[in-house]
Design a protein around this ligand. Sequence first.
Ligand code: FES
Length: 110
Amino acid sequence: MTDSWRAVAKVGDLRTGDVLAIEIAGTELVLGLDGERYFAMQRRCLHRGGDLVEGIVSRGHLICPNHGWRFSTATGRHADASEYCLVTYPVRVTNDQIEIDLSPKERTAP
Ligand code: FES
């Protein structure tokens, strides 16, 4: 069994509302801080590929800069159309290192 956790940043690199671009082994994703909770999800919007690193974190959602689609920072689901769901990744903090598990989270029913 391989360890799929990767250190991508340090605590203190992000302030609440920040979104960083992360690339690991060719996978593009974003790491953000929503309140006191880190989240990680795919970088490209499901609508027309907007770059979510330019998105805005607001009230539990990451809002695409292009046309305003809102995705839950907890689940990746579109706020109004649950059939659209970004790939999300588990995040943990270990010794001030923010780590992302590259194994996508399992989906739950909408
Ligand atoms: S590209 Fe994201 S809302 Fe249109």
